[in-house]
Design a binder for this molecule. Structure first.
Ligand code: DGJ
Length: 743
């Protein structure tokens, strides 16, 4: 997978892609190509790829010895600002107030097979047959700084995983002001910038705009990746679609502050970068100290966004999510949040659990309000011990009752938070993120705990541990409901560590709590959550194979959230719940059928008052759960395809198994349109042309028809066709089950 030609050209290749770079005249690393596989290349081929023209005439040259050579002309692997290239660089280092104009020259390289999974930080992993990592060792000798650029290539993917390591070889401390993780340079600007953005209740909608000269960026300074922007960005060739056009994605294995940006220079060259947000960040390295950046997953597709999304899904499922959860069935959850909010007792919950069990659910998740004296969202966080009024016989007895119903038990925690009226805050007011002498903002009446302080992390862990043991817990919902403001750590002050290291140390503290929990309880299924989808990123997915994507479970809004999220994350990670109608967030009325038909794509759950269901509703739920159980593998782990481009009145998507024997397709029409044409089709590109498929056990068509012409859209009610109408009114949904016919 890694070929080195003439000790100068580095070719990372497999059957999915080629990634090429070389040592430039000045001994720095220049980028050559990333895209479709190029096969074996000779030195002549490779030298043909090297830029020789003097396009950037008029700009500054790199040095008087190198003739016309200027960095402005070259595509770089790890660009540095300030020396014949005026674009924003990937790394900035200072000594005191003086910037260093870095000049990293290649010193050697190393190739390592195998990447072990270890829980200390999120990283990709793979066995020795699957992965090779090329580490290029560079050094800036005058400044005594060593930089290692790591590139991992995986046999089964077009992904290139990038990360860097910086070591201070000198005696004088240096300050890293910026050190980004993912970089790709492209020779033109003929692309659209794609990102996943929104807000609370409308996270990760697909946004796109054409590139122009200048810089566009997304990012977060909230201490978490955030509801507003996701740490995933992409460039798609102009006029591309879901199924056409080259696309380059960059996704970040990190959950804290980030920046993702694309810069187009005066020659229409493009630089895309992703990494830790350099604002409110710097990191000191004393002699021999090392800083490692989080990994970024660069991924290429030549066939549009849909292929990129499937490539990300496969990669994440195989090389990021814990093996234990790969292809493993996730339980159907009942979550009591929107059924009861804070108003519950042992008996009331047990009643819901019994009903859930009768309907086919498999895991009871006890949400917020079970601990301290928490009858509203304004207190008790940090006192992780059960409320004796709600659980007079103890949380252990409640857990036993749930387990006796043959249900798994899940419990909600918000480990990073504390309420001012809690025991932990009274005892340790300096464990909170704030400068004690200064004004502090409030959010949901709670403070953020200082997870940069290992003692705080350990304290929270000890409390959680007791509950996990006492309840023989199978599942945790890990929430995080407020972002960090006035970032300041008393612990860092005492340790004489700069406050500019706080945000990164905070998120490493969060990872260390995950590490402690999963080391002691490796079978726990953790569902990530942050006031809905405020931390839906690869860092969290490394520990929690599924994430609550949004507090908005309205079926119509979920169509957009799911479309965006699945561009960069696997279906198996997208927790989907059926909630009440009218919906609690948007007050929209939708049918139970519509809500279920949306929620069955992904790990399924229910989050409504199931004690108040009508007989018909119980029947509808039972039937859907039994359908889901039969097809759970396909509905959570199948290959996902977007079939109608999102953004119109209709959405359609489908999942198919590897052998193309079986597929399930969901069609949704948001508003009814009067007097539609009688025959409307949507194409199904992923079936086998050599197979014939039974459609909902009623009719059949071969793969060629379904590909060329498509599936017939469901008949809509049009005022006269009562008998035949398959969908009616607004918010329509229809599920197709396709099964290959034995021939
Ligand atoms: C925000 C989450 O997204 C909800 O699902 C719920 O757990 C509440 N927090 C509880 O406070």
């Amino acid at each position: 997978m890694i070929e080195i030609v003439s000790e100068k050209y580095f070719h990372l290749m497999n059957e999915h892609s080629s990634y090429l770079f070389y040592i430039m005249e000045n001994q720095q690393l220049g980028h050559l190509y990333y895209g479709k596989p190029l096969g074996k290349l000779t030195e002549a081929d490779l030298s043909y790829l090297v830029e020789r023209t003097n396009k950037s005439a008029g700009t500054v040259k790199y040095s008087s010895e190198n003739g016309l050579f200027t960095l402005a002309d070259r595509q770089q692997e790890y660009p540095v600002y300030g020396s014949s290239d005026f674009k924003t660089g990937a790394i900035d280092i200072f000594i005191d107030e003086t910037p260093l104009y870095l000049d990293f020259k290649v010193k050697g390289y190393d190739i390592i097979n195998e990447k072990k999974r270890s829980l200390d930080r999120p990283r990709t992993y793979g066995t020795s047959e699957k992965v090779e990592t090329l580490s290029i060792l560079l050094e800036d000798e005058p400044h005594q700084i060593a930089l290692t650029l790591n590139y991992s290539i995986f046999e089964d993917s077009a992904a290139i995983v990038q990360s860097q390591r910086l070591e201070n070889l000198g005696k004088t401390p240096v300050k890293i002001q910026k050190m980004l993780s993912g970089i790709l340079e492209l020779p033109t600007a003929d692309y659209e910038f794609i990102h996943l953005s929104g807000a609370w209740l409308k996270e990760r909608h697909v946004k796109r705009r054409s590139l122009e000269q200048g810089t566009v960026s997304v990012g977060s300074l909230k201490g978490a990746s955030g509801h507003q922007h996701n740490p995933f960005i992409a460039l798609q060739a102009k006029n591309g679609s879901v199924t056409t056009g080259e696309v380059y994605g960059l996704n970040f294995l990190y959950s804290g502050n980030f920046t993702g940006q694309v810069e187009v220079d005066e020659w229409d060259k493009t630089r895309m970068m992703l990494g830790i947000n350099p604002e409110y960040f710097s990191w000191e390295l004393k002699e021999k100290e090392v800083f490692e950046t989080p990994e970024a997953v660069l991924l290429y597709s030549s066939n549009g966004l849909d292929e990129l999304s499937r490539r990300y899904a496969e990669f994440i499922e195989t090389h990021i999510i814990d093996k234990k959860w790969q292809k493993k069935e996730r339980p159907i959850v009942f979550n009591n949040w929107e059924a009861t909010y804070f108003d519950f007792t042992h008996e009331k919950l047990l009643g819901l659990a019994e009903t859930g069990k009768q309907l086919g659910m498999e895991c009871f998740v006890l949400d917020d309000g079970w601990f301290g004296k928490r009858n509203a969202d304004r207190g008790s966080l940090g006192d992780w011990w059960y409320d004796e009024e709600k659980f007079p016989n103890g949380i252990g007895a409640f857990a036993k009752d749930i387990h006796q119903l043959d249900l798994q038990l899940g419990i909600w925690f918000e480990p990073e938070m504390v309420s001012p009226d809690s025991g932990i805050y009274r005892e340790h007011p300096d464990w909170v993120v704030r400068h004690r002498g200064e004004r502090v903002s409030v959010g949901r009446g709670q403070y953020v705990l200082d997870f940069a302080n290992p003692k705080v992390v350990d304290h929270v862990y000890q409390q959680m541990r007791k509950i996990i043991v006492e309840t023989k817990l199978e599942y945790i919902k890990w929430d995080m409901n407020r972002n960090i403001t006035e970032a300041y750590s008393e612990y860092l002050r005492q340790q004489n560590i700069s406050q500019t290291e706080f945000f990164h140390r905070y998120i490493l503290g969060v990872y260390s709590l995950y590490e402690k929990i999963l080391t002691d309880f490796p079978d726990l299924l953790i569902e990530g959550c942050a006031g809905g989808g405020g931390r839906y990123d690869l860092g969290i997915l490394f520990y929690s194979p599924q994430i609550w994507p949004s507090d908005d479970s309205d079926a119509v809004e979920r169509l957009a959230i799911q479309t965006g999220t699945l561009l960069a994350y696997p279906l198996s990670s997208f927790s989907n719940h059926v909630s009440a109608s009218p919906n609690h967030q948007v007050d929209r009325v939708t049918s139970l059928t519509m809500r279920q038909n949306v929620a069955i794509f992904g790990p399924l759950g229910y989050e409504l008052d199931i004690s108040a269901l009508t007989t018909q509703e119980r029947k509808t739920i039972k039937e859907k759960i039994s359908f889901y159980k039969k097809h759970r593998q396909l509905l959570t782990q199948g290959s996902f395809y977007q079939l109608i481009e999102a953004g119109s009145n209709e959405v359609a998507w489908g999942v198919v198994d590897e052998a193309k024997e079986e597929a399930i397709i969901g069609f949704y029409r948001i508003l009814a349109k009067p007097n539609n044409p009688a025959l409307e089709y949507f194409k199904i590109p992923f079936l086998s042309e050599d197979k014939t498929y039974r459609i909902n056990e009623r009719e059949q068509a071969n793969g060629r028809i379904l590909k060329q012409l498509g599936l017939r859209k469901p008949y809509q009610f049009n005022g006269a066709n009562h008998e035949q109408a398959q969908v009616t009114g607004d918010f329509q949904s229809y599920i197709y089950h396709l099964q290959a016919v034995e021939e």
